[in-house]
Write a protein that binds this ligand. Structure first.
Ligand code: ADP
Ligand code: ASP
Ligand code: MG
Length: 873
């Protein structure tokens, strides 16, 4: 019978490739992440790709389901965990803005039913698989409804209808149900049948079905494997694993902050890194993709702009090099000593027969004349005490058995490991100092593994990683393979979370910069916000603004309106306050100079300004000036504090304050001239982030003050820190308030004064500059800007760290490591060293943040370059 040729599939069906995108537990646990998922999927759709989204359960849910799966008779625990699971999913549904989610409700009912199932008492593995599967069934149900409701029509797909597991010979029941395998190869029929149904699907990771139509699992972490299977079946253009780190690193980045991103890997190396412990990718996910020739990319759901790791067939670099160091914990070693004759024929066969009988697959093997030691990998085996004692009983018939656990297998991975041995002497010396149970070198020349006690691993890995870089075995400078370190990427990660005023006002700032640069711009709103936060602390009787930080008249006026008095260190500062605020009561000004000339004291006193002395000299030589005056005394409590030596203002090496051993002499001189000491003051330094500091200063000054007769106020100085680097924790204002209230209640007779400067204005100011030139010297990239150390001297003077962004390209991937430098003829004219910025071009606007304090006021005309001008918003 002749048949008409089948109608050709519509060209679009053939031409539109599939992309499989998998999101792990943390990537599906918050609404903002789901918004990213929607964007990522929509971007693929916009490029005319068909999309399969594979999701894990919400983070932590699989562990909770495991608690139920293993609860056996413990009903109370079981119900408690069930309630938590229900609550979490309902909360997630609400967070996603869904009124209901029928598919999810049905799974919650299934959970209830499964808990009541008599199979729970035995923890039957088939029943366990059904329990575990609910996590992914529910997260995918929520995701389908969310995406559908938010403009991305998405169909829900039951993964079990498409992933069919086949049993592997000798696998235990545990492995067949809870760690099953699916033989997945490109299937054009499946691909076109799915294409006929739609363009965008969401399905579950982790689950499949066996030949009896029962639910089975793909092993813990197996959602990656599901993505691999779907990618192979559909012969996808690409599989993307979206997770909570921006790729595969040279070590677990959470243990080794210096671990480097692996930009490109071939399948074999990536497979080896995954197998030897890098949890970021399940070891079974790559096999099907490699066979089908599908590339895999690992990316960060929270930071989609980062490039991630690309795994494909072509090696970027064939030269031998260590790519990663990984660790697997929970490894069990079985050491078997022959009891019979040396090299007894068939001994190994007998030993391995026992492992086979118990369904255990062996990982590493070490052998000696009379001993064989093997390791069992917990991810591939059910290694519990029942299984181990049954195995040991069997083995005892042929050998002496010793079980060594828990161990960690630490592995160096890289192509051509044997030719690298000469570079590993440092690493070997580290292991030499430890009790190494087993060393194994893989026959594919890709790894070298050391098994040690588990407790040693966490300390050892960062040390080994550093040694590998130092020995040039891990060639971190090779940009074709290695990207930035986790620490460097972390700096980028923290920045966007904190939304600053200048991010919100970006376009206005760009307009200002288009008129003229360099220029400082201050936000009065930001100044006021800081002022209000401080004024909310009840224990302080009077706040002074230390105006040396920024005496801009608009800032002085704003702070006056916020209830601040002023602390000046020169008569010019007093004049600045009085001209900005002509109505200001003069007693609202505190004058605290240091080594100022006689005339300045005379002027201040004549104007009725409160004046602080911090040396004997004025009373010894100009005593008449102070006759019948009230004066304040600044003391040196003997220590300095602060973010840099140059800002510490206590101790003998600092020029400020009267030494405590001169207090008596000072009092005698004051009495002689009829001057009354009404206030004590100490200021130990700047950039203090510890809330307890000012309590300690108050307590010290207050106890000293009790020895005087007329002290009214205690001024504990300023120095309230503002974090600059993303990893610094801000000053805890609530804790500061509590600490001050506590000490104030111990000495209620004194007024408590504080005098912050930088805290009020640092974040309120930015310096805008423009890129003048870019330059590369060897591996070092320079970005030159038109603001130099003559506009902002803090980096050169205090090694201060200021956040620097390319405002023109804000949000673009920041991949290039650069030195941001100014135009001044000084090697120290560096505004920021080793910063990651997007590719900068001449004319781009660069923003230097946190420049509101000690910026413009410290500027100079060095090189006869005019410093940045100032504007207020
Ligand atoms: P998901 O839930 O998205 O599947 P996983 O927790 O399974 O995420 O995997 C990501 C985690 O893998 C990272 O948070 C990291 O702690 C860990 N990890 C271990 N080794 C590595 C490595 N070499 N590179 C990257 N991540 C690693
Ligand atoms: N939810 C499963 C687990 O936690 C599978 C996965 O997330 O990859 O193991
Ligand atoms: Mg995972």
């Amino acid at each position: 019978m002749s048949s008409a040729p089948a109608p050709a599939a519509a060209p679009s069906v053939i031409a539109r490739p599939w992309v499989v995108i998998k999101f792990g537990g943390t990537s599906v646990s918050r609404r903002e992440r789901w918004e990213n998922i929607r964007r990522i999927a929509a971007a693929h759709r916009a490029r005319d790709r068909r999309v399969v989204i594979v999701v894990s359960a919400l983070s932590g849910i699989t562990d909770q389901l495991k608690a139920i799966a293993e609860s056996r008779g413990d009903d109370a625990r079981c119900r408690e965990v069930q309630a938590a699971i229900v609550e979490r999913h309902q909360a997630m549904r609400a967070e996603l803005g869904l009124d209901g989610c029928a598919r999810m409700e049905q799974r919650l009912a299934d959970l209830d039913r499964l808990i009541a199932d008599p199979r729970r008492a035995q923890a039957a593995v088939a029943w366990q698989a059904e329990v575990f599967a609910l996590g992914e069934l529910m997260s995918s149900a929520l995701g389908a409804d969310f995406l559908d409701a938010n403009g991305l029509p998405t169909q829900w797909l039951d993964a079990r209808e498409h992933l069919r597991a086949t049993p592997i010979a000798n696998h235990s029941a545990w492995a067949r149900y809870l760690s099953a395998n699916v033989p997945a190869a490109p299937d054009a029929q499946f691909a076109s049948a799915l294409a006929a149904r739609g363009d965008c699907f969401i399905t579950q990771g982790f689950i499949a079905r066996n030949d009896q139509a029962e639910t089975v699992l793909l092993g813990r972490g197996g959602s990656d494997t599901s993505a691999g299977y779907f990618g192979a079946l559909l012969k996808a253009e690409q599989v993307e694993i979206w997770t909570d780190v921006p790729g595969m690193f040279s070590a677990n980045p959470r243990v080794v902050p210096e671990a480097r991103l692996l930009a490109r890997l071939d399948y074999e190396e990536a497979q080896e890194i995954a197998t030897t412990g890098a949890k970021v990718l399940h070891p079974r996910s790559l096999g099907p993709l490699r066979r089908a020739g599908v590339p895999l990319v690992i990316k960060d759901t929270h930071r989609p702009q980062l490039a991630g790791t690309e795994i494909r067939a072509v090696a970027a670099d064939a030269a031998p090099c260590v790519k990663a160091i990984s660790a697997r914990k929970g490894v069990t070693l079985i050491s078997m000593e022959t009891v019979g004759m040396w090299q007894q024929v068939g001994f190994l066969a007998d030993v391995f027969e026992a492992f086979k009988r118990h369904g255990l697959s062996v990982d590493l093997i070490g052998s000696a004349e009379t001993n064989v030691t093997v390791s069992l990998d917990p991810t591939e085996n059910l290694v519990n005490s029942d299984v181990l004692s049954a195995l040991a009983a069997d083995l005892a018939r042929i050998c002496r058995v010793k079980v060594i656990a828990p161990c960690a297998a630490i592995t160096l991975v890289g192509r051509g490991m044997r030719s690298l041995l000469h570079k590993l002497s440092g690493v070997l010396a580290e292991f030499g100092a430890l009790d190494v149970h087993l060393i194994s070198q893989s026959s594919n020349n890709l790894n070298l593994t050391f098994v040690v006690d588990e407790a040693l691993a966490d300390d050892l890995i960062p040390r080994l990683h550093a040694l590998l870089i130092r020995a040039d075995a891990l060639r971190a400078e090779d940009g074709a393979v290695f990207g930035p370190s986790w620490r460097e990427l972390g700096a980028d990660a923290a920045a966007p979370v904190r939304e600053t005023w200048w991010m919100r006002e970006r376009s206005a700032l760009l307009e200002l910069a288009a008129e003229r640069t360099p220029r400082y711009v201050y936000s009065l709103e930001a100044v006021r916000a800081q002022a209000r936060a401080l004024r909310a602390l009840g224990a302080v009787d009077r706040w002074h603004y230390a105006l040396k930080a920024n005496p801009h008249p608009a800032i002085l006026r704003a702070l006056h309106e916020e209830g601040f008095a002023f602390e000046c260190v020169s008569t010019a500062e007093i004049d600045a306050v009085r001209s900005a605020l002509p109505q200001l009561a003069v007693e609202r000004i505190l004058f605290t100079p240091n080594f100022a000339p006689r005339e300045e004291y005379a002027q201040a006193l004549a104007a009725g300004v409160r004046t602080t002395l911090d040396a004997l000299h004025p009373l010894q030589h100009w005593g008449e000036l102070f006759r019948d005056r009230e004066i304040h005394l600044r003391l040196d409590l003997g220590v300095g504090r602060g973010h840099h030596d140059k800002v510490k203002t206590g101790g003998a090496s600092s020029k400020f304050g009267l030494a405590l051993d001169q207090v008596e002499e000072f009092r005698t001189l004051a009495r002689r001239h009829g001057a009354r000491i009404v206030g004590l003051h100490a200021h130990l330094g700047s950039g203090i982030l510890d809330a307890g500091h000012w309590r300690a200063v108050y307590a010290q000054l207050a106890s000293l003050a009790e020895g005087f007769s007329r002290i009214e106020s205690i001024d504990v100085g300023g120095g309230l820190g503002v974090p600059s680097r993303p990893d610094e924790t801000p000053l805890d204002l609530a804790a500061l308030g509590a600490a001050l209230a506590e000490v104030k209640s111990a000495y209620p007779q004194f007024h408590l004064w504080l005098e912050p400067g930088r805290f009020l204005v640092a974040d309120a100011g930015v310096l805008l500059a423009r890129v003048t030139q870019v330059k590369r010297k060897g591996a070092v990239h320079y970005v030159g800007v038109d603001a130099g150390m003559n506009s902002l001297i803090r980096p050169a003077l205090y090694e201060a760290w200021h956040e620097i962004v390319n405002l023109t390209r804000l949000g673009e991937p920041a991949q290039t490591m650069v030195q941001v430098v100014g135009p001044i003829c000084e090697t120290g004219d560096v505004l920021g060293a080793n910063r990651r910025l997007p590719e900068c071009r001449e004319g781009d606007v660069i923003l230097i943040a946190q420049a509101g304090a000690y910026g413009a006021v410290m500027a100079s005309r060095y090189n006869l370059r005019e410093p940045a001008t100032e504007d207020v918003r």
